[in-house]
Design a protein around this ligand. Structure first.
Ligand code: NPQ
Ligand code: MG
Length: 368
């Protein structure tokens, strides 16, 4: 490992269509990348935080601060990803900030070792089953139209965003329109409370694969109670921020499925630990998405190729979100996306795309 400097890059890419969830509507993706510069290679990590703290408490401007003030100072010329994660442990939370620094270090180290991230993590597949996350639409006709288009493109699973008053009717319509064979799930992004349990129990009629994060991220007791009341399997997203919170949620029967997102849990090493725990217990997991560009998408594909990722995830084609991705686009083929198998994450930002971004910080790394 020969870390010479760390760079922070900022930019923004428009979404092909506004993406509405229970916590708001996004029409572009503001971006932050970490670039780890070595003697002969560079590694890239994408920060998954949103521009505002709507999904979780982290937000991009704060990640720039945390990375600059608290995380970069932990680095030296020999820093490896696991060494960095160990040294960053006393920094509470800030998982997305830690994750993008870790991802850049992993990419750099693995490029130097001529090893792919997929192989390093223990991937057993060369392609990943692809699902799609469908935002809340203006009306039911538009929703049917959008879902129909994604199914025609070959997505293997449809996830519908729901919120109170835009849920039961919405799911009933899609079930009626596309039949029982469609693998269908919903994501509430923490929009309900445990007093909505009986309301949510109506979803049991629609044979959903799961309901994702129905209650607030810190309401573990609520999820335990809800899991007893409804038959639809509960899957946690926002609530699972580490191996310990994953194990606790499973032990307490707060959920029976976990959506693993490396950015949310502090990096790919922690994400692999969560996968390994779930795999050992026969708990199905899938890889969630944070509207990543090709940099984060490539790394997520490596993780999603591990054997325990038995459910289609939210790693959709680049074109689901962007007209032009910052890397070469990821394409949906026969409902799957190929896993990069060269070195590191297997992709890098295209020079002509990087020209539209701006390098906002350069940190020289003092050798160990
Ligand atoms: C989820 N992702 O699973 C998140 C929600 C989400 C694909 O549904 C910018 C950055 C906008 C992250 C919108 C999907 C976002 C975002 C929604 C994450 O809960
Ligand atoms: Mg979610």
């Amino acid at each position: 490992m020969s870390l010479r400097s760390v760079e922070l890059w900022r930019g923004e890419i428009d979404l092909v269509a506004p993406f509405r969830t229970s916590f708001g509507t996004e029409s572009s993706r503001e971006l932050l990348y970490v670039r780890a510069v070595g003697d002969s290679h560079s590694g890239w990590g994408e920060c998954v935080a949103m521009v505002e703290p709507n999904y979780s408490s982290e937000y991009l401007e704060n990640c720039v601060q945390v990375i600059s003030r608290f995380l970069v100072p932990l680095l030296n010329g020999d820093s490896s990803a696991d060494d960095f994660i160990l040294r960053a442990a006393p920094i509470r939370g800030n998982y997305m900030s830690k994750a993008c620094v870790e991802a850049a270090l992993l990419d750099l180290t693995l490029r130097e070792q001529n090893l792919s991230l997929a192989k390093f993590l223990g991937a057993t597949r060369s392609r990943v089953a692809s699902g799609v996350s469908v935002g809340i639409q203006n009306n039911l006709d538009d929703l049917v139209q959008v879902v129909g288009e994604y199914i025609a493109l070959g997505y293997l699973r449809v996830k519908l965003k729901i919120e109170p008053d835009l849920d039961i009717e919405l799911v009933r319509t899609i079930r009626k329109e596309f039949g029982d064979d469609l693998i269908l799930q919903v994501d509430a992004n923490a929009a309900y409370t445990i007093s909505d349990a009986n309301h949510l129990k109506q979803l049991d009629a629609f044979k959903l694969l799961l309901i994702e994060q129905p209650l607030p991220e810190d309401d573990l007791a609520g999820h335990i109670e809800l899991s007893r009341i409804i038959n639809t399997p509960v899957c946690l997203d926002e609530s699972v921020t580490s191996l310990d919170t994953a194990r606790g949620a499973l032990d307490l029967k707060a959920c029976s499925v976990i959506n693993i997102k490396p950015g949310r849990v502090g990096g790919y090493l922690e994400a692999k630990k969560i996968h390994d725990l779930c795999f050992s217990r026969g708990v199905p997991v899938w890889c969630g998405g944070m509207l990543e560009t090709g940099v984060g998408r490539a790394a997520n594909l490596a993780l999603a190729a591990l054997p325990g990722f038995t459910l289609p995830g939210d790693i959709s084609a680049s074109s689901r979100y962007f007209t032009k991705d910052i890397t070469k686009p990821f394409i949906l083929e026969d409902g799957h996306i190929s896993v990069p198998n060269t070195v590191g994450i297997g992709v890098e930002p295209l020079p002509e795309m990087l020209e539209k971004f701006r390098r906002v910080a350069v940190f020289k790394i003092v050798n160990s």
